[in-house]
Design a protein around this ligand. Structure first.
Ligand SMILES: [Zn+2]
Length: 287
C-alpha cells in the first residue's frame, strides 16, 4: 500500500506544470481533488469502485469536475508524473519498487515493469495520480486486460491494496492434475461456496481477465516435469507418504502466493493419490 499523501502528490504534479494559468486552474480545483480522494476511500471501504464517477468515452476536452477537463487530469500522470525528469516520478518509482518485482495481479508470473491504474485513467481521470490507484504491474497483465472497467460490482478485479484480506489469505484457486502425456495441470477458480456470490463472481472475472488459468498452466508445465524427474532420481527412495509430505511442504511454502500457480500446483499434487503413489518408473528396455 503506497504510504504517500495523495494531496501532496497532486501538488507535486501541479508544481511541475510550466504554464502559470494552467497551474492556477489546477489549484483552483483543490477542493474537488480532496473530495475525489475521499470518494475513492469510501468506495474502497464498500468495495464499490465501479460506482465512482466516470468520464465519457473520448471527449478529452469535456469537463470532468470544476474547471478540469479529462485531458488536463490525465496529463498530470502522463506529463507530470511518469516522465523520468519530473519530481513526482520519485513517487512513481517508490510505488513500483515496493512490489519487489512481483506483479500482484498474476501472483508474480510476470516481472513488474510499469504502473497500472486500477481504475483506468481514460474512464476515471480524477484518479490518474492517486497513489492507491497506482499498482505495479507486469507487461502481460497491463496489455492483456481491457481498458474499460466493468459497470457491475461483480466485474471488479481484485484491488491488490484495498481488497478483502481473505482473497489473499484463503484458497480460491485450485488445480486438477491431468493424466496427459506429459502430466499437466488444469487451474480453476474455485472460491468457497460460503462466500457471497458477488465476491465469487469478482474472483472469476479477475481469473478470466488476467487469463490466469492458461498462464498458470504454462508456468507449471516445466516445474511439473522437474518434479517427476526428481521422483525418478533424488526422491526415488521416498515412500508414497514421504513423497506426499514433500509435496505438502511445497504447498505450505510461505515464499509462494497462496493462490499463485506454484503453491496451488503443490497443493493439487499432494492431494492427488495417483500422483503421489506413482514412482514414474520408466519402462526398462526389452520389457
Ligand atoms: Zn502480472
Amino acid at each position: 500500500m503506497p504510504p504517500h499523501n495523495a494531496v501532496e502528490v497532486f501538488a507535486t504534479c501541479v508544481n511541475a506544470v510550466p504554464d502559470a494559468v494552467a497551474r492556477d486552474n489546477y489549484l483552483a480545483n483543490h477542493d474537488h481533488i480532496v473530495k475525489s480522494i475521499n470518494d475513492y476511500a469510501a468506495a474502497s471501504q464498500a468495495k464499490s469502485w465501479h460506482g465512482l464517477p466516470r468520464a465519457a468515452w473520448g471527449q478529452l476536452d469535456a469537463i470532468v469536475v470544476g474547471s478540469l477537463t479529462k485531458s488536463s487530469l490525465t496529463a498530470l500522470y502522463t506529463s507530470y508524473m511518469a516522465p523520468t525528469n519530473m519530481a513526482a516520478r520519485a513517487t512513481y518509482d517508490e510505488i513500483l519498487v515496493a512490489a519487489n518485482g512481483k506483479c500482484p495481479f498474476c501472483g508474480g508470473i510476470g516481472l513488474v515493469s510499469t504502473l497500472d491504474h486500477y481504475l483506468p485513467k481514460s474512464g476515471f481521470p480524477l484518479y490518474s495520480v492517486l497513489p492507491v490507484n497506482l499498482v505495479p504491474c507486469c507487461k502481460d497483465c497491463n496489455t492483456g486486460k481491457s481498458a474499460s472497467f466493468g459497470i457491475s460490482p461483480s466485474e471488479q478485479p481484485l484491488h491488490p491494496y484495498l481488497d478483502d484480506p481473505k482473497f489473499f489469505n484463503e484458497r480460491w484457486v485450485n488445480a486438477q492434475v491431468e493424466q496427459t502425456n506429459p502430466i499437466s495441470l488444469k487451474y480453476i477458480c474455485a472460491p468457497p461456496q460460503a462466500w457471497p456470490a458477488i465476491e465469487r463472481d469478482r474472483l472469476l472475472s479477475h481469473f478470466e481477465d488476467y487469463n490466469l488459468g492458461y498462464r498458470f498452466g504454462v508456468q507449471s508445465g516445466a516445474e511439473l516435469a522437474k518434479i517427476v524427474d526428481a521422483r525418478r532420481g533424488s526422491l526415488k527412495s521416498l515412500s508414497a507418504e514421504g513423497f506426499q509430505a514433500y509435496l505438502a511442504e511445497g504447498a505450505a511454502s510461505p515464499g509462494f502466493d497462496l493462490n499463485g500457480w506454484n503453491r496451488t500446483m503443490y497443493y493439487a499434487l499432494a492431494n492427488t493419490p495417483w500422483f503421489y503413489n506413482s514412482t514414474f518408473a520408466l519402462p526398462t528396455a526389452g520389457s
